[in-house]
Design a protein around this ligand. Structure first.
Ligand code: ZN
Length: 321
């Protein structure tokens, strides 16, 4: 049996894994991402690290079916190129596939990082290898990936699955994309805090969360959810608004795609079952009856491994096995 290599390329580290064709991780490692010199060292460092580790584990390029990678920026998966990955300082077109195939002698496949994480959760995580899975990730921003009828949906120019820019509040907060009221403005880590500060100003009752905010203490999305767990009145109002927005977005995603599963992941989802149940309540309200009973909301299961596992699955998909 041949093996797969999955790479999850990010602005601070590149994570690597060697996996079986069934998607079991056998080895994992990571290197720092060197974004100096317009990110010119990133690909050579990846090549060197792969060759070094294959050597370390007594493997050769012939043992590897292919390398898959998730990358930030605008990815052309057909051509194997990336442009506009600003956290890597990749402002100009990067011929990633050409360099990695030349440096390793192994076939290479690439897609956008959020899409790749969606593929990971779908293959080995909460998606249970289903043909219709949507992944929503709540982190610094809100991202997503859509798998419909077994295919990753890219759209005309690769912008499909940008769930963070679903408008949930017309005339709402300003989004980095230029529009107002996008899901990202209220459901990202900073979005939750923004909601908390806004509601705190108008709240006159007893609340530890309000006291923390007024006292200038550091308040994060975790603080808000922790306070809600302790039944802080202001925190309960804030998380309810968050559930409403995310439930509205998930209801509309369900009404459009009727996936088997909508998987919710990312740092904010660490709030766990409380969050899932809260979102489910509004999802039930906004999804129409057929979707309500057939589309399930679940929490992501793979954490940081979703990226490398999903990246490796690009190889499986492309080699048709
Ligand atoms: Zn937006």
């Amino acid at each position: 049996m041949k093996k797969l290599i999955g790479i999850d390329l990010g602005g601070t580290t590149a994570k690597f894994a060697i996996l079986t064709e069934e998607g079991e991780i056998q080895q994992k490692w990571s290197i720092e991402t060197d974004i100096q010199n317009e990110g010119k060292n990133i690909v050579p460092n990846i090549v060197e690290s792969i060759n070094h580790h294959l050597n370390l584990y007594g493997l050769s390029s012939k043992d590897i079916l292919g390398i898959g990678m998730g990358s930030p920026g605008t990815v052309d998966s057909e051509k194997g190129t990336v442009i506009g990955a600003y956290n890597l300082n990749w402002n100009t077109l990067q011929l990633v596939r050409e360099q990695i195939e030349e440096g390793t002698g192994i076939p290479f496949y690439i897609d956008n990082d959020a899409n790749v994480a969606a593929l990971g959760e779908r293959w080995k995580g909460a998606g249970e290898d289903g043909a219709d899975v949507v992944f929503v990730t709540l982190g610094t921003g809100v991202g997503g990936g859509i798998i419909a009828d077994g295919n990753l949906i890219h759209g005309k120019v690769g912008a499909a699955g940008e769930i963070g820019h679903i408008v949930v509040e017309p005339n709402g907060y300003q989004c980095t994309c230029g529009n107002q009221g996008c899901l990202e403005t209220v459901a990202s880590a900073t979005g939750v805090v923004r909601l908390a500060r806004d509601f705190s100003e108008r709240y006159a009752g007893e609340s530890e969360l309000k006291w923390l905010i007024d006292d200038g203490q550091e308040v994060t999305a975790k603080t808000v959810f922790d306070q809600a767990k302790k039944e802080d009145k202001l925190a309960l109002i804030v998380v309810d608004k968050f559930y409403f927005y995310l439930g509205l977005a998930c209801g509309n995603i369900g009404n459009m795609l009727n996936p088997e599963t909508i998987v919710i992941g990312g740092g904010v989802s660490a709030a766990g079952d409380m969050l899932l149940n809260g979102v489910e309540e509004y999802f039930q309200k906004f999804a129409f009856p057929t979707v309500r009973t057939s589309t399930k909301l679940k929490l992501a299961q793979l954490g940081n491994d979703a990226g490398v596992i999903g990246a490796a699955s690009l190889v499986k998909k492309s080699s048709n096995c």
